[in-house]
Design a protein around this ligand. Sequence first.
Ligand code: TMP
Length: 254
Amino acid sequence: MSRRRKVYEGKAKTMYEGPEPGTLIQSFKDDATAFNNEKRGTITGKGVLNNRISEFLMTRLNDIGIPTHFIRRLNMREQLVRQVEIIPIEVVIRNVAAGSISKRFGIEEGTALPRPIIEYYYKSDELGDPLISEDHITAFGWAAVQDLDDMVALSLRINDFLTGLFVGVGLRLIDFKLEFGRLYTDEDMQIVLADEISPDNCRLWDTKTNEKLDKDRFRRDMGGVKEAYQEVARRLGVLPEAGPMDLKGPRGIQ
Ligand code: TMP
């Protein structure tokens, strides 16, 4: 690993130079942080699970024509991705009130929202990722109007698709966070989905019991964090310990 050039180190992932120009290796760590790095911990095996879960979800999204940075999984912790210029915005899509929206507006967690709500946060550790509006994004030049239009259209398609996919395995997609990047090809530029989709950046509740199967178990000291990530992987049919014979994709609920 040390022979590769590190391009960027984030809280949960490290990016290395890829084998060909225009590619990067995205390596998933077991480190977990919350509340802008105030709370830190390690969830043993999280990196391996998130690598598999994100591979599975990005592949399904590619299948339905959503452009993503994902190329292929390389090994237990790493995947090959296209190098993109990350847009410094976290796009949060909410179907059900939970977390910061519940706190901000006093809405009980678990209340279904009248329609999906999109929020934007400016990616800045120093500023604590402030909530921003579309006007901030375009006025400060973080993304062009057309880029933002593409991000919204993609986010809503991703939400519809993932909501259905998760319902099929007995999970409610409460909310999730996406990041997008600009992929440059010859004279062209395309907005593509980047980063990862995993229980680190989704809220997933069991449809029947409302049990939380995501990073809120870490944020709120609920215990059973690793087991929750494993359960999501198991339901999607990508739990590594299950062995290759069992990796046949999601199992439907009866
Ligand atoms: P929030 O309710 O804390 O604003 O979180 C909304 C969603 O975004 C939730 O699924 C967790 C995810 N998220 C991240 O992925 N990264 C972050 O830094 C934050 C604050 C939330």
